[in-house]
Design a protein around this ligand. Structure first.
Ligand code: SF4
Length: 361
């Protein structure tokens, strides 16, 4: 029986080797083929002129090459001194949609990418969580988001390039770890046409502890950010029910201590300040206790409004008071500005227009 053809861009390097072995080709060809796909971005097997004609034919019998398509572009200048924040809605070959965001900053250009279509974890402040889980993205689909943003940037200015990548878009990266790591390799170590330093890539998680432990052992130089949002177990469970119950704060702290000591890198603890929920002096003191004793820094972030979700951001005074309490205790604290709120491109707002957020445009 003839096997159905599949999209070769969905395969990781290890899977590509297996696929070549299955058609009686040596595995070492995988690197060559991978380079055609992910550096030259060949649109057809006929373009792969360094591969023999019989091999190209065999590949075309088993696979096709289909890249994601940009369906919609939005941009806003609001609150962004370094240029417009831009959001792309990307349609994947099977019709699923994800969003990806380009955020200009002083001396940097950051791509914020999605790792999953939807999300299983349903955090109460997050639009993606309202969508439910659709599926994991392949490494090619993650890599393709950076290409799409990079192409958009370079069409306007050949000299411009993406310097930083953050896995802070839709979905939980560490529930799709193998494909996220493969995408990191595509975008850094392999030195392909698009390449940045691993140190400029941040993987952001709600705290999937076994995967944090695994990441610490990979030798990757990527940075780790953890969405903490409360250092009090009950409050965290109210905000992020699934993640907080499955990976309690004590266990999470063990993983973070292990990660920081193995990698020698600080962990960033992201703390979204929510009015009347986690913004009191007592909350700050619990955070100090939690964050003391291991190599970390704290990013205070604002809540960005989401349709059907009733949290409120704190005022400037509350944010500054909270920061001062942490700083007085010796913690390294940054107030991180959010960009892209008017186009629902800021933290927690990405939902591939499934929540009706597009009505606000
Ligand atoms: S915050 Fe992250 S983990 Fe939580 S629902 Fe949103 S995408 Fe999922």
């Amino acid at each position: 029986m003839k096997r159905e053809r599949s999209n070769i861009l969905n395969l990781r390097m290890d899977e590509l080797k297996e696929a070549l072995a299955a058609i009686n080709e040596p595995q070492w060809r995988a690197a060559q083929l991978h380079q055609w796909l992910f550096s030259h971005r060949a649109g057809s097997f006929d373009d792969m002129t360094t591969l023999s004609l019989p091999l190209r034919r065999k590949l075309a019998e088993s696979f096709y090459i289909q890249q994601p398509v940009t369906e919609k572009h939005d941009e806003t200048m609001e609150g962004s001194p370094a240029g417009a924040t831009e959001k792309l809605l990307i349609q994947l070959p099977d019709g699923e949609r994800v969003e990806t965001v380009l955020i200009p900053g002083p001396n940097r250009m950051t791509a914020c990418v999605s790792a999953q279509a939807g999300c299983l974890l349903g955090c109460s402040f997050c639009a993606t969580g309202q969508m439910g889980f659709r599926r994991n993205l392949s490494s090619g689909e993650i890599t393709g988001q950076v290409w799409a943003l990079s192409d958009m940037l370079q069409e306007r200015n050949r000299e411009a390039s993406i310097s930083n990548i953050v896995f802070m878009g839709m979905g939980e990266p560490l529930l799709n770890t193998a494909n996220v790591i493969e995408a990191v390799l595509n975008l850094s170590t392999r030195k392909y046409r698009f390449s940045t330093s691993q140190r400029k890539i941040t993987i952001s998680t709600v705290g999937i502890t076994p995967e944090i432990d695994r990441l610490a052992d990979t030798g990757l130089k990527t940075k780790l950010a953890v969405s903490l949002h409360s250092a009090i177990q009950e409050k965290r469970e109210a905000l992020m029910p699934q993640a907080a119950r499955q990976y309690p704060l004590d266990r999470l702290r063990e993983s973070l201590i292990g990660y920081a000591s193995k990698t020698g890198e600080p962990v960033t603890l992201a703390y979204m300040l929510l009015k009347g929920i986690n913004d009191s002096e007592m909350d700050a003191k619990r955070l100090i206790r939690y964050a003391s004793g291991f190599f970390c820094k704290i990013n205070l972030i604002d809540y960005n409004p989401i349709v059907n979700i009733k949290f409120e951001p704190v005022c400037d005074g509350t944010r500054e008071r909270f920061r001062d309490i942490l700083q007085d205790a010796g913690l390294q604290v940054t107030i991180r500005k959010s960009y892209g709120t008017p186009i629902n491109a800021a933290c927690g707002q990405l939902a591939a227009d499934c929540t009706g957020n597009s009505d606000n445009l």
